[in-house]
Design a protein around this ligand. Sequence first.
Ligand SMILES: [Zn+2]
Length: 510
Amino acid sequence: MTKPAFYVTTPIYYVNDVPHIGHAYTTLAADVLARYKRLMGFDVFFLTGTDEHGQKVEKAATAAGETPLELADRVMKRFQSLWEKLEISHTDFIRTTQERHKKGVSVLFERVLERGDIYLGEYEDWYCTPCETFWTETQLIDFKCPDCNRPTEKLKEESYFFRMSKYQEQLLAHIEANPDFIQPKSRRNEIISFVKEGLRDLSVSRTTFQWGIPVPGDPKHVVYVWFDALANYITALGYPDESGDFGKFWPANVQLIGKDILRFHAVYWPTFLMAAGLPIPSRVFAHGWWTVEGQKMSKSLQNVVEPNMLIDKYGADAVRYFLLREVPFGLDGDFSHTSLIHRINSDLANDLGNLLNRSTAMLGKYFGGVLQQPAQETELDAAYREKTMAMVALVDGHLEDLAFSKALQAIWEVISAGNKYIDETAPWTLAKDEANKERLATVMYYMLESQRMVYFLLSAFMPKTSEKGLCYLGVTEAPNREGLVWGGLKAGTTIAKAEALFPRIDEKAE
Ligand SMILES: [Zn+2]
């Protein structure tokens, strides 16, 4: 049987920027989804990459005394090394300066042009150079750019236009007919109002700079950065070649983005695709922003939560856990070192780590570390087993909704139930009487088997921790869907006493 396909993307990150916590957050969410779908038997394509064209890159490179490509090569590596450090399991990393991408963009542009939805015209409006954006006079605030508050200038240029206005009704109809297309719901409503206000034709070429993909047949124009960048989602799959990954994985199942670029993904991109006669992604999900210690992220605050520094200090899995556990995906969140340390100490060191540590230690003490066959199941055991099994469906449902925090919460409820189960069954008392040997063996089995299932699911969120936990539990197979049922641990397995998975952090010393 062929595996079902699943395609998840992050935005491609602009090389005129350094990797920060916002990039890490989007990419991490995509990674958890990709890992989970692989666990569930899907054939997953997980794409990330870098956006390397545009005037800002050209200018920054000139200022740094290098070519735009040299700048891109340098910054791109920073993203790649961060993803490695954060245990990101992407399938492909696309760069918009790669031949495969340039070729695909040219084809896409030509096809839309041939269909008559790109035409040559003249563009005149207020231009913000740093943002590379034209604004209408009504959008300006005191003649300044509404995005960055810098002065704008009136600019006229010959330009190719995309007939976006033509697709207004078709896009609205698509959004109405597909309630899950734009998420969360509040963002969907924003987009509906925006589209209803009327779509203008969009300038899709520039003559004011060179660093981009030349317009086919008219090389004094370069393709507008967003037309270029958005196409990465199909060029990485080999568009226009239908025979390989493009035929298999397009349209994308989930496109994860920050809320600041929703309009490009929920309005521009689908209308480009409609014009090219291509299917539209199933879902675009815009997550919220992070503030830092209660303040809006700024250049100086970015340093405080520089992802490499956080990983060096706390470890990749702790950072992965915190970012997805602390704030519901889709809402804005606040990053504070105090809450990170609190999560590590209470959720990871105490709840998760202690459970593994005390249960494996008990098995060592009472049965020489060899797992025994469970005997008669009591009501208490049954409730614990059922809670563990129910977790599998709960996590699946929450991840379907991209509710990462709720999924982790569901796992942590089983971990708490495990600690409570130990307190209630009191193995240390059972161990005092030889007559309770079978009962003690059963309790040991239940607490360890429940954790095996916890670590299977955790493999999507905290890959290294999951590996370690399963290793202590004597599990040699990689986590898989078939193993998400009760009874995977076999009697006779040798289980080692676990060391602390997450050493407690002394809050005062920080
Ligand atoms: Zn601006």
